[in-house]
Design a protein around this ligand. Structure first.
Ligand code: MG
Length: 294
């Protein structure tokens, strides 16, 4: 199932994308327009959502007639993120000289975990504000994001994948200069609107095995990033287990799994985003997440 948060006639709503690629309003079933509520109580709503989606007379809205928001416009806490989680990207990052703690080609021995604040989230089509990086070093990072559906810590007896609710895409937009001068990555990656998310949240049963998927990023139509999720240094179960070993995971938590090679920083000289640039993060079955820089 593909779930969305959208705005229609100035009201926020929850929806599901039906087989005709139209949006069926499911807000009344959930009794809330908050995706966190839907995720936490999904087992209670699932059958009703499936039933309404199959009703031929169910009113459905054309996607062009609504404004899609991020599937989770406000996560309940920070988004978990993973740094340097593709081999070739770890290499380009080390080679760039930007990370003084990393030797060239350095591959982390353990997952690097940081967070982006929920206020960084924006939706498909929203603009990225270049004035927030006065150093003109805004970079893109196409990433698959895992959305969790279960509460608890992850023990050795657990299948970490049983915590997965679904998947979406994020662009881990970054001010490289702020990332560098402040050492910790939160400031360079946590600026308002620096976490485009969407366009849909695909449930785990529909998404299938993550390892078979390819993620891409285009800037103004030019392919910059393309990688298989099979190239992740630390796979999704390892990431969930690492974070959940000592931190209680919550329904609606998001883990951005890291970005492949091809970021602007990896070029010599770097090719950072400029005003007017259009960035598209894409994956089959999830769709296109398109945002412009202003
Ligand atoms: Mg990233």
């Amino acid at each position: 199932m593909k779930l969305v948060t959208f705005e229609y006639h100035a009201a926020r709503k929850l929806g599901m994308v039906n087989p005709d690629h139209k949006i069926v309003d499911i807000t009344a079933i959930v009794g809330s327009s908050d995706m966190n509520v839907l995720i936490a109580g999904y087992s209670r709503y699932e059958q009703d959502i499936k039933r309404i989606s199959q009703e031929p007379r169910a009113a459905a809205l054309a996607i062009n007639d609504v404004r899609l928001l991020a599937p989770i416009p406000a996560t309940r806490r920070n988004i978990f993120c993973v740094g340097k989680n593709y081999y070739a990207h770890a290499q380009e990052f080390g080679n760039s000289g930007y990370d003084s703690s990393a030797a060239a080609g350095n591959v982390p021995k353990f997952p690097i975990i940081f967070t982006k604040p929920a206020t960084a989230i924006c939706g498909p089509g929203d603009g990225i504000d270049s004035s927030l990086d006065p150093f003109d070093t805004i970079d893109y990072e196409a990433e698959l994001a895992v959305v969790l559906g279960a509460k608890g810590r992850v023990t050795d007896a657990d299948d970490p994948m049983s915590f997965v609710f679904g998947y979406t895409l994020v662009n881990d937009v970054t001010s490289r200069h702020l990332q560098k001068i402040h050492s910790q990555w939160v400031l360079g990656k946590g600026l308002d609107g620096f976490c485009p998310m969407g366009p849909v949240l695909v449930t785990a049963d529909e998404f299938g095995a993550p390892g078979l998927r390819t993620i891409t990023c285009e800037v103004n139509g030019e392919l910059r990033q393309k990688a298989s999720l099979a190239d992740l240094i630390f796979d999704i179960p390892t990431l969930i287990k690492t974070i959940g070993a000592g931190i209680t995971l919550l329904p609606g938590d998001v883990i951005a799994t890291g970005t492949p090679a091809g970021v602007g920083l990896g070029f010599n000289p770097p090719r950072y985003l400029q005003k007017g640039d259009v960035v598209k993060v894409a994956m089959d079955g999830v769709g296109d997440l398109v945002n412009s820089v202003y």
